[in-house]
Design a protein around this ligand. Sequence first.
Ligand code: SF4
Ligand code: SF4
Length: 368
Amino acid sequence: MSKVALIRCINYEQDRVYGAVKRAVDLIGGIGEFVKPGMKILLKPNLLSARPPEEAVDTHPEVVRSVARLVKTQDAVPIIGDSPGGYGKNVDDVFEKSGMKRMAGEEGVELVKFTNSRFVDGIPISRYVFDADLMISIPKFKTHSITVLTAAVKNTFGTVTGLYKAECHSRAPKEQDFAKIIAKVHSISKPALTILDGIVAMEGDGPSATGILRNMNLIMASRDAVSIDSCIAKIMGLHPLDILVTREAYKMGLGEADLSRVETVGDGIETFIAKDFKLPQTTPLKLLPRVIANSIANFIKFKPVIDKGLCTNCKLCKVSCPVDAITSDEDYCKINYTTCVSCMCCHEVCPYKAIHIKRNILTKMVWG
Ligand code: SF4
Ligand code: SF4
């Protein structure tokens, strides 16, 4: 039986967030159950893109601050680290604009880039994961155009360093295979504790700036990341196993996706269920039975389209493309659709809302 705490928290006011985070962790045993004096604790937020906290693209710095303070109550040493999208090209910018650098400075907490790695089963994982006594994952609740949801399990995929993350899309173009890789990484970088920022979540075409903000007023905590994602699926109006990453992680025995075996504590999960939660426009195909989805997949197309009016020619999409389908001239980037594999990495990393997902006519006819 897994236990998940769900706590209502209506905004990012410092004391309010700390109170909610502490209450959530207390309900699953208290921070002393996890963190002991003298330990080095890696805090792993979701830092995707160089956007300000109010855009909800990254884990909010006040949630990370609260976790850092909670760790310090045990005379342990927190450090904060991640490897944002864009493969190191813009990591300083992400730390700065997300508010993480300022907050870390105020709290006297070291903020580190995931660069050096240790290979496990051929996957490069940040050394900080192994150097720390344990990791606390601090994900954000967002929709995702490829994986439907990015939350607890997918956040640990961010412990992978360098270009490998992008290469996974070309190594595993099928979504199920990609989900298996994410679950595999979770098995390697499994956090001892997950504390989720769902105060302002994202619906629609997440996980980047083109998603739609939605106040969910939610902080969650659990030892079991899979059970957190399963509860979120219910909140979104889905079955936990509709999310391929959850399904693969559950199949690998990494956590509980059977909600009858998940004990929820705190403020009732029913009170968080979101009516009319907007899924990514790529989602309906993913929810169809596999045999039907496969038979119509060739006719259902999504493609990224660059809005020249918004493109700043920062080239982040270009360096993130796993198949080199993006070229640039003096003015803006262009996509070669013959090479593009529709992985949507470019849509994910663009910090300027300049990449939209376009559906073909058949897709519009089927889903409106
Ligand atoms: S579309 Fe333009 S603004 Fe967006 S990541 Fe690519 S180059 Fe940068
Ligand atoms: S252009 Fe964008 S969607 Fe197409 S393969 Fe490259 S990163 Fe993926």
